[in-house]
Write a protein that binds this ligand. Sequence first.
Ligand code: BG6
Length: 607
Amino acid sequence: MCGIFGCALKNGKAAPLIHAALKRLEYRGYDSVGEATIQNGILNIKKDQGKIDDVHKAIDLDNLPGNIGIGHTRWATHGAPYQVNAHPHTDCENKIAVVHNGIIENFSEIKKELEGLGHEFRSKTDTEVIPHLIEENMKKGMSLVEAVRDSLKRLSGSYAIAVLSNIEPDKIVVARNESPLVIGVGEEATYCASDITAFLPLTNRTVILENGELSVLEADKYEIWNIDDWKPVKREPEQVTWTTEMAQKQGYPHFMIKEIYEQPRCLRDTLRLQDLYLDLMATFLDRAGEVFLVAAGTSYHACLAASYMFSDLAFLATHPVIASEFIEQEGMAININSTILAVSQSGETADTLAAVDYARNRAATILGLTNAVGSTLTRISRVYIVQQSGPEIGVAATKTFTSQMSVLAQLALRVSKIRGKIGHRQIEELEKSVNQIPDIVEATIKKNESKVLDVVKKLKKKPVFFFLGRGISSATAQEARLKLMEIAYVPSIAYPAGESKHGPISLVEPGFPVVFVCPRDETRKTIVGNIMEMKARGASIISVIEEGDEEIKSLSDEYFEVPGSLPEILTPIAFIVPLQQLAYYMAVEKGLNPDMPRNLAKSVTVK
Ligand code: BG6
């Protein structure tokens, strides 16, 4: 998730506006920044790695000539956050500049084709194929707009782009497919941006560009077409009444709830990861002597869930280990046959990096799963995968958790394929289910929104909560417990349900809230037994169930439903969602700020 901006002004300098707008978009990505403007037929570009303020100090982002320009603040997906990978990217002759937000899935084959035609590439990004495609088309005599349109037809994946060229210096061509793009209509100016935040102080008259549309912006007008049938689209500007902060949250009251709602998009992006790295990592896991899944906090719960996925799908035993305990718990057993899969959304958590360092010094193989390209974990891993969730601002991890599990499930499936442990039919079924997860999560969020609010109002005074689950759902229960503790400060206990009768049940008394995570799976019989044990002591049963599960509904005081049907091994990705919502609304109901829980940080870089 990057931030793009563009402006075509009748009068005045574009660069200071671009700089200021990128600052308002910085929450979308902050590892490199760049701008392009045109004056007197010359395309001027400034870009560098680093935060906007630091880059501005170094190269002055306000000092580019011209009243038309585009800009970009980056969240790296392909290519580490170095200057060469910063946007804008250009063609061979530096006549076409492109900024892009999204993922071009088929970029490597297009790149090969263009290199075959003599194009030279400077960066490791997927984006750079776009200016070269446009260049190739303009060589065939197409106008800039025609060349952009034709190039887009070659791309698969998600994109929001803005294109500037000194061949046609008075316009910006923009287009989108999945990634967001809005147009701002000013008095003597037209703007485009990843979200309204960027131009809100300049105008509140906005036009949403829909998927599959292209628009040409000039200082005094904008025109929209449908890319496929090239039919013109008439759309009048609408007035928005948001503050900038509201706009960054896109109208949501907090980043956390916004990120909960972003999960379907993030999960779709995890389905676009490059086969090359997934297969490579799967091969390492298949050949490993012993596999340790190492992480902290929420990432550790993703590892816990993954240990069930690897054994169930690939017959691969893995050891989920809390990072800060790794050296004490496993240290002496680590050797050249050990493989560490370290999971960290920030890629910078000190406990996880310390465990990795220790293992590396004992010749273990290091694999990494992170959300941050260029992070330390990517630099010390033999193979790493970037999960593509975009920046997560809320301190409590939500979208990065479900995306981690989606990637780990895909890895387990690939190891299973390598090992031929389960039949083709079953693999196909599971792959189909993995592809259905984004829609199921979308439906789950919507289905439980008001229900969660009701339950929170009823249970907000409860001093302690219990979270129970069996099998892989015990990982879901652990994560749900962490969420309620970290943002609503409600003391909570999570246990594998079978273990609850060996002690914790002593806490239960009438009205004691016990949350059961119980998908329709192999553990059904035993989990019903556990529910009965708790009910016998007067507990208040709150269950997360598959939609239409009448048996558990009848045993529950409250329940949250997950539409659709997922194989047991994938259920945590959807079943955690109503419990993320529960924690969020409990915090809000208690007047707390879910984005900035006390005593916590997004990434703890001290041991
Ligand atoms: C904590 C965060 O500091 O670190 C948690 O508050 C997070 O949300 C944990 O799960 C681990 O972070 P990471 O970046 O290593 O996944």
